[in-house]
Design a protein around this ligand. Sequence first.
Ligand code: NAP
Length: 256
Amino acid sequence: MSTYTIIDRQDEGSRILADKIRETLNSAGYREDTGVPDTVFVVGGDGTFLYAVHQYLEHLDHVRFYGIHTGTLGFFTDYRESELDAFLAAFLEGDVKESVYPLLQISDGRNLMYGLNEVRVENMTKTQVIDVYINGTFFETFRGTGLLVSTQLGSTAYSRSLGGAVIEEGLDVIQLCEVAGIHHIKYRSLGSPVILHGTAVIELRSGNYEGAVIGADSSVLSLNDTEVLTIRMSDRKVRMLKGRDVSYFRRLQSLF
Ligand code: NAP
């Protein structure tokens, strides 16, 4: 018997929708399992979707995610609330395709964090100095608040607020953006976002990361005695179910 669980945004509208999904799935013979289910239904926004993925980080090989948005069209969801019947029919009839999205990883040598949108290092307490190496070659010395690396999927999130490019779905690239870089007569780094091959390995070296945090989507971790951060695409992948094709530009247009 196939199993499922539902993660909702915890507002009234999302809870009502979650109850309707539960009722339909139970009558169709599916069993609710909050352990490691086959499918995680996500009811809410892209933020809820990120939360759901982080709840199942250790079980991504098994779990698939299927989302419905209780707002506008999301980047991780293809259906709105008013399209619940079509959302459920596609699932129950097996008329869904699986799309796979790799997670970025950031490591400080001891801890490993995974990001579906992005990973980053930021320091709100002092100017952070970082030597940036790309694929083992020194690229530049950055001074400022921090650096962020986003996935294609995350290019419309924090990365976009930093002036990063929106990247069309399907491109196997990652994007490095500065967070409030200092650029004047004494100090200068590139300043513009850089789009790199998905295979790129970025090393961020600093003699002093005191006061800095590393982040992945909505999680953060304080750095202690760290000198090198390594960022690359990880082996972990998120499997998303899609009941229909929504053009990337239609999605973009509906949101911005
Ligand atoms: P959150 O409330 O879960 O998300 C913040 C906003 O970002 C929400 O409106 C969310 O959409 C939207 N969002 C998330 N992923 C997106 C994507 N791939 N494309 C377009 N919009 C997206 O906030 P959080 O838990 O602190 O952080 C989650 C994410 O928010 C982070 O991964 C980061 O990318 C983004 N964020 C952005 C900024 C910024 O732009 N200055 C600052 C902090 C965090 P929904 O309304 O559909 O949930």
